[in-house]
Design a protein around this ligand. Sequence first.
Ligand code: ADP
Ligand code: MG
Length: 371
Amino acid sequence: MNDEPLAAVSFQGVTRRYGSVTAVRDIDLDIAPGEFFALLGPSGSGKTTLLMLLAGFDQPSDGQVLMSGTPISDFPPHRRRIGVVFQNYALFPHMTAAENVAYPLKMRGVPRDERDNRVNAALGIVSLSDRGASYPSQLSGGQQQRVALARALVFGPDVLLMDEPLGALDRRLRDQMQIELKRIQHELGVTVIYVTHDQSEAMAMADRVGVMSGGELLQVADPETIYAEPANHFVARFIGECSILRVASFDGGKGYEISGARQLLPTPSTAPFDIVVRPENVALRSIESSNPSGQFGIPVTIREITYVGSGWRVSTELDDGQSLLANIPRGHDLAGNLADGLNVIATWDPTSVAILPAEETTEANQQGEKK
Ligand code: ADP
Ligand code: MG
């Protein structure tokens, strides 16, 4: 016997083609019971298709979907114990909040008394106990989304699917709902698959993130790993700001050389590779500052300066035209004399660098060469 608990959801070699379009391609993915899993990717990357295949509104062209070890292709949507919340809340306008929440129970033939109890409990979970008699038009966008959530949870699903559920809300309300959603998930222990194109939302909420592009799952990992060790150029660029730099490796990948300076890597990598440097890990110093220990540093020229409240974000240019982003905190030595054209020294710690298999041309070095 295997000690691992059965995955709440398994995609096994799942492909969905629509004519000549392959919406998702050969997806293998296990999601653990109680996990908060975010599917992250740009529009058209196949996120909704994957949810529809799981919810039973669509069928795979190849492969199969399992819940708790059981293939579910023969189960219609209402027998899959899955609740779904969409971006456009899809509430029935002519029904009150309570009637909307009661609807899935009615469909399942739950008797009146039990229905009322469950509806009250579900409205309580989303902090809307006093709004059951309101019609959707009398509720704010955030409240309507809570009703939709209560409706998805009311029949006690094992898995909750959310497709860009906070996309229509303003920033402040979205932040509030993110915290609320985490609380609810914690309370109910329900498995959540959360679709979003917003990387900060995925990073803030999920236990693990799956990054999708062009119907493929490019990387599945916890948020820290996705950020610090992106699997490829696409993931690196999609998750937060970064600079991807072409470097020349030396000694078979023990380190790299860039703009005439050499840095040893903590662990050797297979050449050829590119490096990813996050702006918060770049330190800039004035060209006159002393460098007694012969520390790694490369000359760069400041090109663009953006005030970001906590300090400045600057875009700099290397001698070979590549561009490098850096953060300058408030109170930094350079803060007073930042200017386009200023020559400074950039440095970073080798442990803060992520290594990517080299690509022919990256967007980063294209941008660099344009300047
Ligand atoms: P996402 O949710 O990540 O924006 P989708 O899963 O909606 O992406 O779409 C993935 C790809 O599949 C897109 O190219 C889309 O145009 C295509 N697609 C999705 N549904 C259909 C459909 N019913 N018929 C034809 N093409 C579809
Ligand atoms: Mg979608």
